[in-house]
Design a protein around this ligand. Structure first.
Ligand code: ADP
Length: 260
């Protein structure tokens, strides 16, 4: 009947997940996947057991930035996710495809089905936090994920340009319909630091993340500069080697919010 809880799969019985945290953005290109990756790295450095489910299946980049090339291992109990060098469990559609270049042209319902299968069939083991890299925007897929996966709360990633265009405000408004918790807002690419004199240049105008967070009643986690080192390490699959005091601070604040 409708009130019966669904029966657990073998994979679910073998998994204990503390909290599921979805990372959203208003549009593509703000660095949502990079920030998701770095949040996982930061939580891992703080000693938590972390996994990432790459739900941005129209442009999956999580395995690439972690340099994870192993295919997911399919065993009778389910799908075993590969692990990054610092011990982050990573699951992505790309890891299930024979050929990584296969186009992903499936629309909402099929994507939803695949994501549900990720949910029921992946053997995560014990995790404190599972980060969900959502597709950008407010389309079918992010909504389907809100509705079908047990998301505990959201982190919003934005940039000065998107704040100026109010793209992110629309996305936040959409998300609020589903009454989620918001763990925080992060403004990426907020400024550039001169490598010679360390002067801070606000090339996209004044950062507005803090004001937007206050307005939307979301905890403000902090801002990140445009940093070529992040892009270079990500391209090389070495995001776990990235060091950034700004990010350490954001990671600590997120951990505080997650404990509340
Ligand atoms: P999204 O997931 O929002 O589409 P990505 O995380 O894939 O965005 O980032 C888009 C590009 O911008 C990538 O090449 C990434 O390395 C780069 N990038 C993201 N954040 C930064 C940053 N703070 N500094 C420099 N490059 C960044």
């Amino acid at each position: 009947g409708e009130s019966c809880p669904p029966e657990l799969t073998e994979a679910q019985k073998a998994s204990r997940i503390g909290k599921v945290v979805a990372i959203m953005s208003g549009k593509g290109g703000v660095g949502k996947s990079s920030v998701t990756g770095m949040l996982a790295v930061s939580l891992r450095r703080q000693g938590y057991k972390v996994g990432i489910l790459d739900a941005d299946i129209t442009g999956p980049s999580i395995p690439k930035i972690f340099g994870v090339k192993d295919k997911a291992n399919v065993v009778p109990a389910g799908v075993i996710p590969p692990t990054s060098s610092s011990g982050i469990k990573i699951m992505s559609l790309n890891l299930m495809l024979e050929n990584e270049d296969d186009p992903v042209i499936w629309r909402g319902p099929i994507i939803a089905q695949i994501l549900n299968q990720f949910w029921t069939d992946v053997v995560w083991g014990e995790l404190d936090y599972l980060l969900l890299d959502l597709p950008p925007g407010t389309g079918d897929v992010p909504i389907t994920i809100f509705q079908s996966l047990p998301v505990d709360g959201l982190v919003v990633v934005t940039s000065p340009q998107q704040l100026a265009n109010m793209v992110v405000r629309k996305a936040i408004k959409m998300a609020k319909k589903y009454d989620p918790r918001f763990y925080g807002l992060i403004e990426n690419m907020a400024y550039v630091e001169c490598p010679h004199c360390q002067e801070r240049m606000e090339i996209f105008g004044k950062p507005q993340g803090q004001a937007e967070a206050a307005r939307s009643e979301i905890p403000y986690l902090g801002e990140l500069p445009v940093d070529p080192a992040l892009a270079t390490l990500s391209d090389a699959g070495k995001i776990e080697e990235y060091q950034s005091p700004a990010f350490d601070e954001i990671g600590r604040r997120l951990a505080e919010e997650l404990k509340k």
